[in-house]
Design a protein around this ligand. Structure first.
Ligand SMILES: Cc1cc2nc3c(=O)[nH]c(=O)nc-3n(C[C@H](O)[C@H](O)[C@H](O)COP(=O)(O)OP(=O)(O)OC[C@H]3O[C@@H](n4cnc5c(N)ncnc54)[C@H](O)[C@@H]3O)c2cc1C
Length: 193
């Protein structure tokens, strides 16, 4: 089957297979609150402190923000560890800490009982290496493995019994660890964004 894609300015693009992703936007309530959101309805925050640009006593984390990283559970989790001390600092009249570095990590199931894992931040794209323990792993970054898939399955238990009760996750730091990462594997122009 084939078709034609016709854009709003009347350009036409023929296609055999169309994979279309709708515009990703934030909350309508944010979009209609003057100064709070960007053009897409995401809350405009300082990417390090997570304080809203609209008002000092407003903070945002998770999918609601406009920070340039993934909309992912790990982002909301790591941001939470910056958010709480910064709310305490604000209440105590102290300077906020620009602590969130964009750290994100995700399993990516690739089928056949294997998965990839990626770990990155605002400055460093996903790189090969090991996770979470530097030089030990046992999970592999940017490489398919069965152990990564088992790690993803184990994470379900960790989610309910460690993350949700608010227990610390041993070996997982809020900031992206560079030890154990093959940073030289990146082409120079891809190493920052
Ligand atoms: C299908 C799917 C698969 C995903 N898989 C992964 C994955 O494998 N790994 C990963 O890291 N992330 C994954 N994500 C992304 C992850 O779920 C989100 O990034 C994460 O849940 C964001 O957390 P949050 O607290 O910001 O928002 P949410 O989890 O969306 O929480 C927002 C809450 O606010 C509530 N709410 C909304 N409006 C109002 C209102 N007006 N008043 C009161 N409450 C309100 C909502 O009901 C909701 O409970 C996935 C997302 C989807 C949809």
């Amino acid at each position: 089957m084939s078709g034609r894609l016709i854009s709003w300015d009347d350009r036409e693009v023929p296609f055999d297979l169309l994979v279309s992703i709708p515009l990703h936007g934030g909350s309508e309530i944010v979009a209609r609150s003057p100064g709070l959101g960007d053009d897409l309805g995401f809350v405009r925050v300082d990417r390090g402190t997570l304080q809203s640009e609209a008002a000092p006593n407003v903070f945002a984390i998770g999918d609601a923000t406009n920070v340039p990283t993934s909309k992912a559970g790990s982002v909301a989790h790591f941001e939470g560890e910056t958010l709480i001390p910064n709310i305490q600092r604000l209440l105590q009249g102290r300077e906020l800490e620009s602590a969130y570095d964009g750290h994100t990590n995700c399993f990516i199931e690739t089928g056949f009982h294997k998965a990839l894992m990626i770990d990155f931040n605002y400055e460093i794209e996903p790189v090969p290496g090991v996770f979470p323990e530097p030089h030990v792993g046992p999970l592999r970054l940017l490489r398919e493995s069965r152990l990564n898939h088992l790690g993803k399955l184990a994470f379900e238990w960790i989610y309910w019994h460690v993350l949700l009760p608010g227990r610390p996750m041993l070996g997982i730091s809020t900031k992206m660890q560079l030890a154990g990462k093959e940073l030289g594997a990146l082409e120079p122009e891809r190493s920052t964004r």
